[in-house]
Design a protein around this ligand. Structure first.
Ligand SMILES: [Ca+2]
Length: 455
């Protein structure tokens, strides 16, 4: 097998969504062997060449459930939980580095990681627990921490379920809400393009859609539906005074995506399975039984130590580590606000407890469409192809393989050549299909670094 290694022997780890296995040792060896034949395909849109190790998507682990099926974890399957939490990735990393060194008769030079959703969580865990595993990480929409994300996902669903109840919001009604959000906030960024570039600047008042007397209910929202909507767009708090922050809310502009996830026709499976199989080991437990005591138990238990709540990345930063993180405002499964909060917490901690400048190590950008399912279903009006995990994997090639159009090139330039990336540029394809009629790019758009207001 011939490799064109532009920058020496680099490792690029690609953790896609779920990762769990009972046979992680075999998987590590098997996958690293397999990807030697896939490298050119995986990096077809990049001039960079990497030896790629992958942790397994859920179906390659011997687990045969659906993507969101958490039954592999229990009852009482603690080894599987630990693998899912951190061990599969770490063992893959150790094995891949060892194999690389043996194959090339010299050590690797840099080690990279790219992961989205649970992959993003795995990257955060790796930096915290094993700061020497990677030198550069690309983190997409990290599903971290599960202890807070899972009850938020359940809470969002509970606002509108069951289907047909007084607070239920049908798919067509979401279209009304989206149109109203655009009517109120599209122009905040100065361009009427169907994109609310900074949803946090949108003071959305959905009560303008309230049904008047004898109105056709398909054209408006009832008081109960408006109550549900307000709760969906409000931060999630717990505690005696409802002051303990748990997770950030939906934001205006993603209404075409939200019913594809937590507030769709079917309750989202992951939160219930998390409590049944990861936390309680009780297969009879029902989603409706979720209360504050169970939520607190999940946070305190932290199954497999999968979550990291600590903003302390100083050990990783001190050895020169770099992070490029992105999240989509319209993410229907992991709201972007929490990703931003973690970035802010890490920044504050680094400044307070070290001489390191967090700006030298951690950048985060907001995308108007990059959520785990948004990437797959290709909804919405935002530019989304910049070489992120799902864009790259599901047919969203970058405009060129150079920074700032390609996030992989961007992190390599930053880490190895000290060429800092101040912003990324994403592409939008006509009809969201780069193949129909050739590479028809509708437009490109700078992604907005978090903390930079457009106003
Ligand atoms: Ca706009």
């Amino acid at each position: 097998m011939h490799f064109q290694l532009q920058f020496g022997v680099d490792l690029f780890f690609w953790a896609f969504l779920q990762s769990t296995t009972e046979e992680y040792r075999w998987m590590a060896l098997l996958k690293v062997t397999q990807v030697t034949a896939q490298t050119r395909v995986s990096c077809a849109h990049s001039s960079l060449s990497f030896l790629i190790g992958t942790t397994n998507p859920i179906h390659q682990s011997g687990h045969t459930g659906s993507l969101w099926d958490g039954s592999f974890a229990g009852p009482g399957n603690d080894d599987a939980i630990i693998d899912f939490a951190w061990r599969a990735l770490h063992m893959t990393t150790v094995a891949a580095k060892s194999i690389t060194t043996e194959f090339y008769h010299r050590p690797y030079t840099k080690s990279y990681f790219m992961g989205c959703s649970t992959g993003g969580r795995q990257g955060i865990k790796a930096m915290s627990a094993f700061p020497e595993d990677y030198d550069g990480l690309i983190l997409g929409s990290p599903a971290n921490p599960f202890g807070q994300l899972m009850p938020w996902q359940a809470k969002q669903g509970h606002q509108v379920h069951p289907v047909g109840s007084a607070r239920w919001i049908p798919q067509d009604t979401w279209k009304l809400i989206h149109a109203e959000a655009l009517r109120q906030c599209d122009m905040i960024d100065g361009v009427q393009d169907g994109i609310i570039s900074d949803p946090l600047a949108c003071d959305f008042h959905p009560e303008t859609l309230k049904c008047q007397l004898n109105a056709d209910p398909s054209t408006c929202l009832t008081s109960k539906q408006l109550d549900a909507l307000r709760d969906l767009y409000a931060p999630y708090h717990l505690g005696p005074d409802n002051q303990t922050y748990v997770f950030s809310p939906f934001v205006p502009g993603g209404e075409y995506a939200y019913p594809q996830g937590l507030v769709g026709d079917t309750p989202f499976q992951m939160p219930g399975d998390y409590y049944r199989y990861f936390v309680l080991n009780d297969t009879t437990w029902q989603d409706e039984q979720l209360d504050e005591a169970v939520v607190t138990m999940g946070i305190d238990l932290n199954p497999g130590q999968m979550d990291t709540y600590s903003p302390d990345l100083t050990a990783f930063f001190a050895r020169g580590g770099k992070i490029l993180q992105y999240a989509g405002w319209d993410d229907e499964l992991v709201s972007t606000g929490h990703s931003n909060k973690w970035f802010e917490d890490v920044t504050a901690h680094t400044i307070a407890h070290s001489d390191l400048d967090p700006n030298d190590h951690f950048h985060i950008e907001s995308v108007n469409r990059a959520g785990p399912l948004s990437d797959l279903t290709k909804l919405g009006n935002g530019a989304w192809a910049f070489g992120g995990v799902l864009g790259r994997h599901f047919g969203g090639p970058t405009v060129t393989d150079e920074a700032p159009y390609d996030i992989q090139t961007a992190i390599v330039n930053w880490l190895e050549f000290d060429r800092e990336v101040t912003h990324l540029v994403a592409a939008k394809y006509r009809d969201d299909d780069e193949h129909s009629g050739g590479m028809r790019i509708a437009f490109t758009r700078k992604l907005c670094p978090v903390g930079v207001s457009l106003l």
